[in-house]
Design a protein around this ligand. Structure first.
Ligand SMILES: [Zn+2]
Length: 387
């Protein structure tokens, strides 16, 4: 049984209200952090007051932030869509149907191939400071392929999401497909999933279909989340608020009613700026949401079609530059915000009791995440107190 002290931290971002110092992040300068034998934070505070510990690691004046919580990704797939991206950058518009290309490649891949691609992407995320990852299915769209996608995702994270309702597969009748998603496919997927999600968008699933899918998921104990209002205005955000879902993701096209509904319900609006970057769509207005009192998270939406970045630091930089967030707001949204979007109290902050999931930045401040975009600032990522 041993404890480890990380000391010599130039600036510690706790993300925790009890350490508020006027900044929304709860920052402590010249700080130390002690990890207990269970990989939990035992103590944070000024270096000078740090309690004794069995081992010491020096942070050499670096900034330490909570590990990023990426609450939205689609990492179980095969193939890539570089040609589609290339064409889109040459002027073609993004449409939801491109998903079907990845579906064909994913169905044709072996379990080992899917797991190897997933492991590669998770390693990429770890190197960039992400410590909690939500992973969705949604490129199988058959009973067998959705279930195995989730079983593979479960090897990497507890935060798995059944997204059989991603798109109606080629040649399927929409009503028959919804019956499958809420029937045999749900039954096969549920043992490996914590969440259920629907792409509620023109070209994917409408409001009634989304209600049906979410209700069926709830009946098997899966909690709901939604992809909504990405490609245009729609009913998804209001539906998420009405149902009291933990989070609704994209939120690019919102009217005043949508914003008010989010503020009232407490549903987290998860913004995915990698998508707008990669599709040349207008960015969501985070400033409007924050000013209305809406809880905001940032996530990567890492997927081979609309956002093939695994980088939370890039998403933070985009949120600041393109979505009118302050650096502190963006860092908070990528850590504590992501934790709220997954209804997790043990990650996304560094305070006694939370998991010692953290990032040492090769920088004196978290501001550098946005100030130095594209620069590999992550010096080390710790999971449960271990590098
Ligand atoms: Zn997505």
């Amino acid at each position: 049984m041993s404890t480890t002290a990380l000391d010599g931290i130039g600036l510690l971002v706790t993300g925790s209200p009890e350490y508020r110092d006027g900044s929304p992040l709860g920052e402590i300068t010249d700080a130390a952090l002690v990890v207990d034998e269970d990989g939990r934070v035992a103590w944070v505070g000024s270096s000078r007051q740090a309690p004794a510990a069995d081992f010491h690691v020096g942070a050499a004046g670096r900034c330490v932030v909570p590990g990023f919580v990426d609450s939205h990704s689609h990492l179980v797939f095969a193939g890539d869509r570089a040609a589609e991206f290339d064409a889109r950058m040459a002027g073609r518009r993004y449409e939801a149907g491109g998903i079907r290309t990845t579906v064909a490649a994913t169905r044709a891949a072996t379990d080992a191939e899917l797991a190897a691609n997933l492991a590669r992407l998770v390693a990429e995320m770890r190197r960039q400071g992400t410590t909690t990852i939500e992973i969705k299915s949604g490129y199988g769209l058959t009973v067998r392929d959705e279930a195995r996608s989730l079983a593979i995702a479960r090897q990497f994270t507890e935060e798995t999401t059944y997204l059989g309702a991603h798109v109606v597969p080629e040649g399927s009748d929409p009503d028959e497909y919804v019956a499958l998603v809420t029937g045999a496919m749900l039954e096969a997927a549920a043992p490996y999933a914590r969440w259920i999600d629907v792409f509620c968008e023109r070209g994917a699933f409408d409001e009634d279909q989304a209600r049906t899918v979410l209700a069926a998921g709830a009946a098997t104990g899966l909690r709901g989340r939604l992809h909504a209002n990405q490609l245009g205005p729609g009913p998804g955000v209001r539906l998420a608020a009405e149902l009291g879902l933990v989070a609704v993701d994209h939120c690019t096209y919102l009217d005043d009613t949508d914003v008010a509904a989010l503020a009232d319900s407490g549903t987290v609006a998860t913004l995915l700026p990698g998508v707008e970057f990669s599709t040349r769509q207008p960015y969501p207005d985070a400033r409007r949401l924050l000013d209305a009192g809406v809880r905001v998270a940032i996530a990567s939406d890492c997927n081979p079609g609309s956002s093939y970045t695994s980088s939370m630091p890039l998403c933070v930089a985009l949120a600041v530059r393109e979505m009118r967030m302050t650096p502190a707001e963006a860092t908070y949204a990528a850590t504590a915000g992501g934790a709220a979007a997954l209804d997790r109290a043990d990650v996304g902050r560094l305070a006694p009791g939370s998991r010692a999931d953290l990032v040492l930045l090769e920088a004196p401040s978290h501001v550098h995440l946005a100030y130095r975009p594209g620069v590999p600032l992550v010096a080390a990522t710790w999971l449960s107190g271990r590098p």
